[in-house]
Write a protein that binds this ligand. Sequence first.
Ligand SMILES: Nc1ncnc2c1ncn2[C@@H]1O[C@H](COP(=O)(O)OP(=O)(O)O)[C@@H](O)[C@H]1O
Ligand SMILES: *[C@@H]1O[C@H](CO)[C@@H](O)[C@H](O)[C@H]1NC(C)=O
Ligand SMILES: *[C@@H]1O[C@H](CO)[C@@H](O)[C@H](O)[C@H]1NC(C)=O
Ligand SMILES: *[C@@H]1O[C@H](CO)[C@@H](O)[C@H](O)[C@H]1NC(C)=O
Ligand SMILES: [Mg+2]
Length: 589
Amino acid sequence: MGICLMKCCCSWLLLISLLCALTNDNEAISPDGEALLSFRSAISSSDGVIGQWRPEDPDPCNWKGVTCDPKSKRVVALSLTHHKLRGPLPTELGKLDQLRLLILHNNDLYDSIPTALGNCTALEEVYLQNNYFTGPIPSEMGNLFGLKNLDISSNDLSGAIPASLGQLKKLTNFNVSNNFLVGKIPSDGLLARFPRESFLGNLKLCGKQIDVVCQDDSGNSTGSGSLTGQGGKTGRLLISASATVGGLLLVALMCFWGCFLYKKLGRVESKSLAIDVSGGASIVMFHGDLPYASKDIIKKLETLNEEHIIGCGGFGTVYKLAMEDGNVFALKRIVKLNEGFDRFFERELEILGSIKHRYLVNLRGYCNSPTSKLLLYDYLPGGSLDEALHQRGEQLDWDTRVNIIIGAAKGLAYLHHDCSPRIIHRDIKSSNILLDGNLEARVSDFGLAKLLEDEETHITTIVAGTFGYLAPEYMQSGRATEKTDVYSFGVLVLEVLSGKLPTDASFIERGYNIVGWLNFLISENRAREIVDTSCEGVERESLDALLSIATKCVSSNPEERPTMHRVVQLLESEVMTPCPSDFYDSGSD
Ligand SMILES: Nc1ncnc2c1ncn2[C@@H]1O[C@H](COP(=O)(O)OP(=O)(O)O)[C@@H](O)[C@H]1O
Ligand SMILES: *[C@@H]1O[C@H](CO)[C@@H](O)[C@H](O)[C@H]1NC(C)=O
Ligand SMILES: *[C@@H]1O[C@H](CO)[C@@H](O)[C@H](O)[C@H]1NC(C)=O
Ligand SMILES: *[C@@H]1O[C@H](CO)[C@@H](O)[C@H](O)[C@H]1NC(C)=O
Ligand SMILES: [Mg+2]
């Protein structure tokens, strides 16, 4: 945990100090403005829209999305939809007691709807649909006597619908569909008036509005049910964002997202893994070439705790597992979010486990415990390419970089062309390229994105962590193909050449991401300038060839992108130095 939070905090400190540098004099702002600033700071990323909310303004009345009463200067409307706002709603919003319209639908807001919203007694319309709100609908919303429209559909709200909402006499539109609500729909108030379309797609609601008989009236009808029909948000996060990357806040997106998931999942996480494997865990090993009995491994797993964490990402936490005989593994712990996919999951894992290739990270086996999935991979002592490029002090020289690119290309080409069934990686990025002791690349996490997508309704949250790597058509359609992997690979090449993250601040400031920057440099006929100035040994010819390959890979038209097979051919014929393995003394490590 410490590692992850530190990683996160560093970027945040940086960001915060940047923001502070921009806004150093702090004159008093109106209380409504203060409440909105709390909102701004709760939002960890967006498309940049709230970046222009300036704390030094006397009131928030000219801020984007904010409307004030012209006389009193009190805030009467907050309206920001489709802005990728990501974060919780702060309690301070409860101070906006003149707020009539709260319109924040189609964002990435999460956590519970604050009960303090019940203090905004002027509210007439609340639109929070298509976010990721969890927890119950606050019964305090029953205090909003002026409320006419309430749409909180397509979130992850749970619990019962509070009876207090039945008191809302003015309510004419009401929609709680596509949530995880349970229990009886209150029948004694006005809620009886609303049609079944207001309630559809919930985990287990009952009542005459939806023609479902409640088992009894004591609220005993709750329980776990089928989750089918909850996938309505597929692809929503993917809506194109490439053109309008305006905000500084975007920089933190990648780091943040992993940590958010970590936090979210971490709530059910225990200090050690012992609890995972106590009571009915079973180990399945692939390849059959490892000399351990299930109980050896389980015994070892029980000793793992926070000290052994080596990383965390969108899928969970990674531990280092050293066996007595000197073998070392990386254990990826994925908290189980959903029962019932076990058999599907196992079948897919068998397929992934059967794949073995020099440039892929071996999946050695898995442990299926009641609370989590534990995937056992070979441990790669060189860590991830992401760390090697962006975090470690020492620089990778040119030949090493080229060699890494070639390894990654071969691993990916194997998945695309030599596996049966073919495997689309879906999550190519530098943290999924791991390095062995000789700095040779290995592709990791192949097939995992698909696996977890199918398991969890928040499928795209995982993909969001990969923001800068996504092909434009993927962002629009949410459909992964080999060509979307090729695009991500192209971004990866640019990242390796430039030593900068795809959404590095220096690109964003100019209104680009790394691909936009490349295209700009090409138009100015100075594409070579994309290369990391601190990289030693750059060879012009292979650089030109690499740039030309990368440019094809990141073409916005998928048809124009080469296959990975072709990429490998091009790399070998035009880029490769005669015998790359000669550059390393293979005895080190
Ligand atoms: N097999 C492995 N060997 C060594 N380190 C690993 C291994 N797998 C993962 N890691 C480390 O754990 C981190 C988190 O991995 P992961 O959960 O896949 O998240 P992500 O790929 O999103 O960073 C990686 O960035 C890497 O540093
Ligand atoms: C909401 O109202 C309650 C009761 O009046 C008060 O205790 C609470 O502090 C208020 N919350 C906010 C955020 O204004
Ligand atoms: C509620 O929202 C869902 C989409 O989430 C929509 O299909 C349904 O028609 C809406 N119901 C009403 C009554 O507007
Ligand atoms: C709830 O339902 C279960 C079985 O459906 C039953 O055994 C139990 O007694 C019920 N509890 C109450 C409080 O009615
Ligand atoms: Mg990974």
